[in-house]
Write a protein that binds this ligand. Structure first.
Ligand SMILES: [Zn+2]
Length: 229
């Protein structure tokens, strides 16, 4: 069983064929959305699936242009246990909209505070700021997706009970390989970030990490079980 905790299948050319195939194989796929309106469109298509889930998201790089969708996030939040992609991006691409991103994320975290969800976060060049906000709002069950930040922060993230989702690109790049040495084995999950990532073969991630599908499954279920606590 393959587990993909961060996949943008709503951006695929033919999402329906993809999810039907994955469901048949028994793979678990958590579909990210970049905006609440995307979740709203996709939601009804996922009803009846056992292994495929759709997460409600608000991508940080869309915060500036789509702030008018914030109230839609509030309206839809109780329809799913999965949230993503949300977060911060202070890279060159996102730096201009830093304040707007902080405004959107703070609102979202205030809505999520006290709710039991599994949350996939984008943290590029804003790892410290994001971690501080997650702690401030007492957010649980967070998965740091495609972590590329300082290795010095990994232990602190793990000490909050948070997880990391690893894709094939991370097992190839020098920075990714360095980061993987610091992530505790029991906090590792797998992801593709498809279609935004062309190195996204999960079997190759498992070989590179020298771990089995069962190891990742155990980690994933220890996280999912927290939804019932
Ligand atoms: Zn993504």
């Amino acid at each position: 069983m393959i587990i993909d905790t961060h996949c943008h299948f709503d951006r695929f050319n033919d999402p329906e064929t993809f999810i039907a195939g994955e469901e048949r194989k028994g793979n678990i796929i958590i579909g990210m959305t970049n905006l609440p309106s995307h979740f709203e469109i996709g939601y009804s298509h996922l009803k009846g699936f056992k292994h495929i889930r759709l997460a409600l998201g608000f991508h940080p790089l869309l915060a500036d242009d789509s702030i008018n969708e914030l109230s839609l996030f509030d309206k839809l939040v109780n329809l799913t246990s999965y949230i993503g992609e949300i977060g911060l991006d202070f890279s060159r691409e996102g730096y201009r909209s830093k304040l707007r991103q902080l405004e959107v994320l703070s609102h979202i975290l205030s809505i999520l505070k006290g709710k039991n969800k599994i949350i996939s976060v984008h943290s590029r060049r804003a790892e410290r700021e994001l971690l501080d906000l997650l702690i401030k709002f007492e957010i649980k069950n967070v998965i740091f997706h495609w972590y590329s930040g300082p290795v010095g922060l990994i232990q602190e993230i793990a000490s909050q009970g948070y997880y990391f989702s690893v894709n094939e690109a991370m097992t190839i790049s020098e920075n990714g390989k360095k980061i993987l040495k610091f992530i505790p084995r029991d906090r590792m999950l797998t992801e593709t970030d498809a279609p935004y990532n062309d190195r996204c073969n999960i079997s190759n991630v498992l070989s590179a990490l020298k771990c089995s599908e069962g190891d990742i499954k155990n980690n994933f279920y220890s996280l999912v079980n927290k939804l019932n606590q």
